[in-house]
Design a protein around this ligand. Structure first.
Ligand SMILES: [Zn+2]
Length: 151
């Protein structure tokens, strides 16, 4: 049995999973009115470790980075827009790293999604500037989730 063969992307949130949909997407007790947007699947696991968040996720597959030639079309932005239309969440929590790419991505998503009537929030920092979300300790990350504010 090879682990690699069983690991795939969730067709709904694009997190890494063995089952599709993933455990978070399949769990009816999760809060469907919240979608937390992260750059990478590892950020999902970092936030899950805090137990401070009970909504769902959306993994972009990276961050907007003009210097590296990465724009919204290379990320799962269209899939997010489709989910907002289909699932009608109340709030999108943008949980990108507190660096230039993370900020650019958060601002882009805010401008894109707010006109559709959804609230877009960003984690409070708290988190070390320039640091990586998944290196933050659980207490700091939990506080950042609880203290999120509108973009
Ligand atoms: Zn999923």
């Amino acid at each position: 049995m090879h682990l690699k063969e069983r690991v795939r992307l969730c067709s709904r949130c694009f997190s890494i999973t063995e089952d599709d949909p993933c455990a978070v997407c399949a769990d009816v007790r999760r809060n469907g009115s919240l979608i937390c947007v992260v750059a990478e699947a590892k950020d999902v696991f970092a936030i899950e470790r805090t137990s401070a968040y009970d909504g769902r996720y959306h993994v972009l597959g990276g961050l907007i980075s003009p210097m590296d030639g990465i724009g919204p079309s290379q990320l799962r932005v269209r899939e997010l827009v489709d989910r907002v239309a289909a699932e009608a969440p109340d709030e999108i929590v943008v949980a990108t790293n507190p660096n230039a790419e993370g900020e650019a991505t958060a601002l882009y998503l805010s401008r894109l999604l707010v006109p559709s009537g959804v609230r877009v929030t960003r984690l409070a920092y708290g988190l070390p500037i320039g640091g990586d979300l998944d290196y933050a300790d659980e207490t700091t990350l939990a506080r950042a989730i609880e203290g999120r504010r509108a973009l």
